[in-house]
Design a binder for this molecule. Structure first.
Ligand SMILES: [Zn+2]
Length: 120
């Protein structure tokens, strides 16, 4: 005997195609609304940190420059959060580029940071 399938949202019994998950387009829309809300709540805090980090890098490098080396303390002073990035790349020399969206930075043992504005 086949198990009765129910709508993910309202629990109403489903009829028709076996891959159906919702009884109506309203329930489907509700599901996606909930999913999107849940993702928004869970990611808001980290998004804020990343956006702030990008703003700090932009503020330091200014409008005209494509790269700039600054003392590490310059980022620390502005409360840059080194725990979050959008990706990282290790080059052939083993140096790590930490990305914050379209910006990246590399730290040096001299306590300096090279900030790079990348073209997307
Ligand atoms: Zn339903």
């Amino acid at each position: 005997m086949r198990e009765k399938r129910k709508c993910t949202i309202c629990g109403k019994e489903l009829v028709g195609r076996t891959d159906k998950r919702f009884c109506s387009s309203l329930c489907k829309a509700n599901y996606h609304k909930r999913l999107s809300k849940s993702t928004k709540c869970a990611t808001a805090e980290i998004d804020k940190i990343l956006h702030r980090n990008r703003s700090i890098l932009l503020e330091i490098i200014g409008k005209g420059r494509s790269q700039m080396k600054v003392p590490l303390i310059e980022l620390e002073r502005r409360k840059f959060n080194f725990n979050y990035m959008t990706k990282y790349i290790t080059n052939k020399q083993g140096k790590v580029y930490h990305y914050v969206y379209d910006f990246s930075y590399m730290t040096f043992s001299s306590n300096e940071v090279l900030i790079i504005r990348n073209k997307i």
